[in-house]
Design a protein around this ligand. Structure first.
Ligand SMILES: NC(=O)c1ccc[n+]([C@@H]2O[C@H](COP(=O)([O-])OP(=O)(O)OC[C@H]3O[C@@H](n4cnc5c(N)ncnc54)[C@H](OP(=O)(O)O)[C@@H]3O)[C@@H](O)[C@H]2O)c1
Length: 338
């Protein structure tokens, strides 16, 4: 069934100019270049979401040279739904373009009941990826991550599962996510010894959450591993969306959300001050928040989520103004550290 056949399916013809729209950056010391802006499907691709909108978001991304789509086994809701919906959209629009896409998935958080549906065992990672591939209608993913550290499984087991996943043809590259600096260093070393280097670390990083600057980016830079920053807009807080209150339909207004109204209210003074600086740069706050992360050479790509194609188009403009003056950096740091 076509996604929108009742209303008249519109065939997708990718924009011929797509690669002129985007800037690409080498991921660590690997052969892979990633778009400096990537698209995550954590939100807005669940079963309750409008798939037509999802279709428009994916098409708009690709048309703008955003060739990296990031998923995980448990994105939805319900768990698995984002991969299933992506699989339908992929089949319909992108299958002939598979080799132009860089698709990632992950396992590490709870996915199914019992001892084999969570954390970091070889049993969980391999079977979870097999399920993800079926849902997404893919033969392989370009990148597979261990989603978070598992304190109880030996790191060697988790890393050798990643190595096996590459050797068995299920993924081309592997990465880690949410690993603190020291553990990341160990994981990188084990993967190097196994002959399957760690491509990238996916870490939470935004103007309001700068933990990676405290050691992790050094580890990644020293070891030639890329970094992709997730939740760069703090789920929308780093935009002009909340400056005049909490709009209907926004993440903070939804009941099932990781973004609490209190958090928005607490950060409002900083958001307003940053918004002013962004205006002075002729940029939106969201564009400045993206550019701020990319000024660090070790950050390969910024991974945004969007609830509309318009937001994505607006985020791509961040790449037009990536430089910051010394004065701007000082002012921004004063706000962030206040
Ligand atoms: N590895 C991990 O543990 C982990 C964890 C979280 C996320 N991720 C990955 O990172 C991706 C991005 O995370 P995220 O969705 O939290 O990122 P985000 O980019 O910080 O937040 C996305 C939200 O920001 C708002 N937004 C985006 N562009 C906007 C614009 N131009 N103007 C105004 N508002 C805008 C939208 O909110 P509204 O919906 O309110 O419009 C959107 O849903 C995820 O999809 C996932 O792939 C990974």
């Amino acid at each position: 069934m076509q996604i929108n056949d009742k209303s008249g399916y519109k065939a997708y013809y990718a924009n011929d100019e797509r690669y002129a729209q985007m800037k690409y950056k080498r991921c660590g010391k690997s052969g892979i270049q990633l778009p400096m802006l990537s698209l995550g499907l954590w939100h807005n691709f669940g079963h309750a979401d409008d798939l037509l909108k999802g279709q428009e978001i994916l098409r708009t991304a690709f048309d703008n040279g955003i060739v990296h789509f990031d998923l995980a086994n448990n994105y939805g809701p319900p768990y698995g739904a984002a991969e299933t919906n992506f699989g339908r959209l992929f089949k319909q629009d992108f299958e002939p373009l598979r080799d132009e896409l860089f698709i990632s998935s992950k396992a590490g958080y709870d996915m199914w009941p019992g001892p084999y549906g969570n954390l970091g065992s070889r049993k969980y990672l391999v079977s979870s990826l097999d399920q993800s591939l079926k849902r997404m209608n893919l033969d392989y993913v370009d990148l597979f991550y261990h989603h978070r550290p598992d304190p109880d499984t030996p790191l060697e087991e988790t890393m050798s599962a990643l190595d096996f996943i590459v050797r068995s043809g299920r993924a081309l590259y592997v990465g880690i996510s949410n690993y603190p600096a020291e553990l990341a260093k160990k994981a990188i070393e084990i993967l190097n010894d196994l002959g399957t280097p760690c491509l990238i670390h996916q870490a939470r990083y935004s103007m309001l959450d700068r933990w990676v600057e405290d050691g992790l980016l050094d580890v990644l830079g020293d070891n030639g591993v890329g970094c992709i920053a997730f939740s760069p807009l703090e789920q929308g807080m780093l935009s002009n969306k909340y400056i005049n209150g909490i709009p209907e339909g926004s993440r903070a207004a939804k009941s099932m959300t990781y973004l609490q109204k209190d958090t928005v209210e607490k950060n409002l003074p900083k958001i307003k001050a940053l918004h002013e600086i962004a205006q002075g740069r002729g940029q939106t706050l969201s564009d400045m928040a993206i550019a701020w992360l990319l000024k660090d050479k070790r950050v390969t790509s910024v991974l945004v989520g969007v609830s509309s194609a318009e937001q994505l188009v607006s985020n791509v403009k961040a790449l037009d103004t990536l430089d910051f003056s010394v004065d701007e950096i000082a002012k921004i740091k004063t706000i962030l550290e206040s």
